[in-house]
Design a protein around this ligand. Structure first.
Ligand SMILES: [Zn+2]
Length: 99
C-alpha cells in the first residue's frame, strides 16, 4: 500500500484502517499497485466525510472508466453495506456511511 506524497491519513478513523488490507488484496489479485490518493487531506465538498476521517480516495487500477466498473463491484463485495464505494472520474471514493 502506498500513500501518495501529498495525501494524509492523519486522524483517519479506525474503521477505515481496517478495510484497507481487504482492498489491497484485490489490487494484488490483479497485479496493480494500491495507492491512496487522499484521506483527511485535500479539498473536498462541504460536509465531506473526508474531514471526519471516514473516507479515502484510491487510484483507479485501469485507465478507461468502463474497465474499472467490475473492480468497483469487487470492492463493494468485500465491504459491508455501511460503506459507499463510488467510481469517480479519476479515482474511487470509499466512505463509511451507515444507513
Ligand atoms: Zn473522496
Amino acid at each position: 500500500m502506498i500513500v501518495k506524497k501529498d495525501a494524509s491519513l492523519r486522524g483517519i478513523d479506525e474503521i477505515m484502517v481496517l478495510i484497507l488490507p481487504k482492498i489491497e488484496k484485490l489490487y494484488e489479485a490483479i497485479g496493480k499497485e494500491f495507492v491512496i490518493t487522499s484521506g483527511t487531506d485535500g479539498t473536498h465538498s462541504i460536509g465531506s466525510l473526508h474531514y471526519k476521517g471516514l473516507a479515502v480516495d484510491i487510484r483507479l487500477p485501469y485507465l478507461t472508466p468502463n474497465a474499472n466498473k467490475p473492480f468497483v463491484e469487487m470492492i463493494k463485495l468485500v465491504l459491508n453495506i455501511d460503506f459507499d464505494v463510488v467510481l469517480e472520474k479519476d479515482h474511487i471514493h470509499i466512505e463509511y456511511d451507515p444507513k
